[in-house]
Design a protein. Structure first.
Length: 337
């Protein structure tokens, strides 16, 4: 068993800046497959994780695709599967208290859950030099996909009982899923709660934090870390993120990373936040180097900072940009040795 408290402490105590981008899609392309193959077949997904890990061994952990449709599909949502893009939820599954009350918490045989468990199991068994971090959606973001994001924002105020019941059901499923990810060997989970960034800090403390904390309390221990991701947070709800109790917080490109570090509790890892589209996919390699160098310089005094992408990197990221990302870090670390 890998002690994840020691892993986190090791990253903070190291003279070298740690790195952990959320990045699997380049591996899909390396093995000559399409996104659809990886999100529907756990073995293909694992082969993509393996390919990325072998190409870029600097990463502090292996990560899986941030697919925020797996859990909604398990509940019964219809999913669109483009061949080479991330899947998306179609329509809404529930619309009022009565339909939420009838909604069944699914077991882990539904939809593609077993394929994602397989990908994590294979990664944990075969990538032995570093932890494997699974991926899962957070309760409020899942509820928004089931209820419709626009509708849930209004319903939080006009029918909070409906949303609280839905959140309880989403939390029950996610907790079971994370416990199973832990059981198959994953060393932690990136718990993605981007929709909570649409709420104020006070509303996050009501509609997101208690449910996240229930999951964190149930699954996080010395052998399993929760990395709470909220790329919707522009700096207004870091307090509510921290209140969930995760040992690592992952920030998106919309936030000032120095401000995020100032608001992150001592001893908690803070990861971020190079733009996954504007920098990883669209920028030139030189623009990437400039962005990474600037971020590393601005955060150099924070030992808990871990260089990362602001979210999951998308398909078709140029290899030159990924190389520039890591090369700039290597140059920075060489000066600190």
């Amino acid at each position: 068993m890998r002690n994840m408290q020691d892993w986190a402490k090791g990253l903070m105590d190291s003279k070298k800046r740690g790195v952990l981008p959320i990045m699997t899609h380049p591996g899909i392309e390396m093995i000559g497959r399409e996104v659809y193959d990886a999100v529907t077949d756990g073995r293909v997904h694992y082969e993509a994780i393996k390919a990325v890990n072998e190409a870029y061994p600097q990463s502090a952990a292996a990560t899986v695709i941030m697919d925020l449709t797996v859990e909604a599909e398990a509940f019964g949502s219809e999913i669109s599967f483009p061949k080479n893009e991330v899947p998306s939820v179609i329509g809404r599954l529930v619309s009022d208290y009565a339909s939420v009350e009838k909604l069944q918490v699914p077991d882990l045989t539904k939809g593609r859950v077993q394929q994602y468990l397989l990908a994590n199991k294979l990664a944990a068994e075969n990538i032995t030099d570093k932890p494997t971090l699974a991926g899962c959606i957070g309760p409020f973001s899942l509820a928004g996909r089931l209820f419709d994001m626009t509708e849930i924002m209004m319903a939080c105020y006009v029918e909070p009982d409906t949303i609280e019941l839905l959140l309880k059901k989403c939390t029950a499923f996610i907790k079971n899923y994370c416990l199973e990810l832990k059981k198959v060997g994953a060393n932690g989970v990136v718990l993605a709660e981007p929709a909570a960034g649409l709420l104020s800090n006070d509303d996050c403390l009501k509609f997101a934090t208690p449910y996240l904390k229930e999951i964190v309390d149930a699954v996080q221990d010395e052998n399993f870390i929760v990395v709470l991701h909220n790329c919707g947070n522009t700096g207004h709800c870091t307090q509510s993120m921290a209140a969930a109790g995760a040992w690592a917080l992952h920030f998106g490109n919309k936030i000032d990373m120095v401000k995020a570090l100032e608001d992150t509790p001592e001893g908690v890892l803070a990861m971020g936040n190079i733009d996954p589209v504007a920098m990883f996919k669209v920028a030139t390699a030189q623009e990437m180097k400039t962005a990474v160098s600037d971020l590393l310089e601005r955060t150099k005094d924070y030992k808990n900072f871990i260089l990362s992408s602001g979210c999951d990197t998308p398909p078709e990221v140029p290899a030159a940009n990924i190389d520039a990302f890591y090369e700039t870090l290597d140059e920075f670390n060489a000066k600190r040795a």
